[in-house]
Design a protein around this ligand. Structure first.
Ligand code: NI
Length: 258
């Protein structure tokens, strides 16, 4: 069994076919799926969506590349939404210095406030990082306060040293389908991180609809494909897919209280 800890299922063309997408996911051994929001508006939509489907859970939050329509009043509203049933995390939140132009100060403020919301709510966070490793690690360590902050570094893109620090703080790490791509420099670093990280600190994810694993490159990703990413990670860990599925499912249940 698998838990897809990161699937953006709220896009209209996916919602349209949601029953088929979820059926294919169950047929592939996926038991639960976490749907992270990216704005205040999508947070509301996802809280509604997950009420309709047993296997779906929600994360509410504001993504660093989605700050165009940001308003400070959204933060207390996210904190209120976090109390709704089936909301089990604050996410997807983080920093992104890849897409220009970006407002570093604003990104840091919105991230920090949401880390504090997560701590007050007693919920884990789902973290996004793109070209922002130094600032993200610094802020997470500042807000960590000896374990009050917990969560997942999704689509892990920092190095082996940061991976070790994340694990030491009790955080979980996950990779998307891009770990199945033809090896390049970045993939080799990901391989090393998977090998050095105990399976007890790994989670599975698709990042649907992005980054589908081989053999689905060029297609729209979906939760049923998580087994291909799991197979690659299991191979690197020299364990069976079943064993990796069992351990990462336990990890996800523990972190997100599923
Ligand atoms: Ni995402």
């Amino acid at each position: 069994m698998f838990i897809d800890t990161h699937a953006h299922l709220n896009y209209p063309d996916i919602v349209k076919n949601i029953d088929d997408v979820l059926l294919r996911a169950s047929d592939s051994g996926v038991e639960s799926i976490i749907v992270p929001a990216t704005t205040y508006k999508t947070s509301i939509e996802i809280v509604e969506l997950v009420q309709k489907h047993k296997m779906l859970y929600a994360a509410v939050g504001i993504h660093p590349t989605e700050l165009k329509d940001f308003d400070e009043s959204h933060l207390p509203k996210i904190e209120e939404l976090a109390k709704e049933s089936k909301v089990l995390a604050i996410g997807e939140i983080g920093l992104d210095y890849y897409w220009e132009p970006y407002d570093r100060e604003l990104e840091i403020m919105v991230l920090t406030e949401q880390l504090r919301i997560a701590k007050r709510a007693g919920l884990p966070v789902i973290l996004h990082n793109r070209k922002s490793t130094d600032d993200l690690m610094k802020i997470v360590k500042e807000e960590y306060e000896g374990g009050k902050l917990k969560g997942q570094f999704h689509s892990f893109s920092a190095g082996p040293a940061e991976a070790k620090e994340c694990v030491e703080m009790g955080f979980y790490i996950s990779f998307t389908g891009n770990i199945t791509y033809k090896p390049n420099e970045g993939t080799y670093i990901a391989y090393d991180i998977v090998k050095q990280t105990s399976a007890e600190h790994l989670l599975l994810e698709t990042d649907t609809p992005y980054l589908p694993p081989v053999p689905y490159r060029g297609k729209q990703n979906e939760p049923s494909y998580v087994k291909h990413t799991a197979a690659k990670i299991a191979e690197l860990k020299e364990m069976s897919v079943e064993e990796l599925g069992r351990i990462t499912t336990e990890n996800a249940r523990r972190l997100y209280c599923i």
